[in-house]
Design a protein around this ligand. Sequence first.
Ligand code: CDP
Ligand code: CDP
Length: 216
Amino acid sequence: MPLPLLIAIDGPAASGKGTLARRLADYFHLAHLDTGLTYRAVAHEMLRRGWPLDDAEHAVDAAGQVDLTALDKHALSAHAVADAASKVAVIPEVRRVLVDKQRAFAAQEGGAVIDGRDIGTVVCPDAEVKLFVTASAEVRAGRRLRDIESRGGHAELDEILDDIRRRDERDMGRADSPLRPATDAHLLDTSEMSIEAAFQAARAIVDDALAKRKQA
Ligand code: CDP
Ligand code: CDP
């Protein structure tokens, strides 16, 4: 019986990791989990209840309530929710509760693609394929702006760029599970890559890993 294929994808905001994860999951017939949504769900609940984002006790309770089968991407898409997510994500007990749920998802029989910030380093250090997706902050801000405008919203590029830089710093600078590539991750800079080109590059990396399996 072949091992279930587990692909870990990490990277900063709007690097294209989610789009890539979905394409790979479709292509290789794997389940997909966007772990960012789990942190967003905690943040959304804290904001809704008016609880301070550094209230660890309530944040851990909210993390315990997160249901991976009921994550509503649309309801969690707001910029403010992403920013709040990066604040609750510094609380180690919140991470522990969410990481347990993410690991259970990763262990499913058919294999999975999981994307986030600490998948290759902490959640699934034994993943068969690890990708670290990056793009310049300017390119990422432009992508986020287009996402917002395509939903009928309005935003200023400079403000998005500031937000992205602030969130990068918070995600890379936190003590628990900071954003960084695993030592065995393949780096993919998508700054000048189309979605299709990024997918083809990632697919080749996965194919290579599968071919090595056959040789073993
Ligand atoms: O998941 P993450 O925040 O890393 O990014 P995403 O939601 O996958 O991508 C952010 C936006 O950039 C989306 O609108 C993608 O269509 C777009 N994108 C792109 O223009 N070129 C790429 N190579 C990857 C994504
Ligand atoms: O879509 P985007 O890349 O902008 O953000 P996201 O993936 O939805 O993540 C929102 C925030 O959750 C990030 O800025 C991180 O602070 C946090 N996060 C994390 O700490 N660990 C993960 N595995 C995923 C997200």
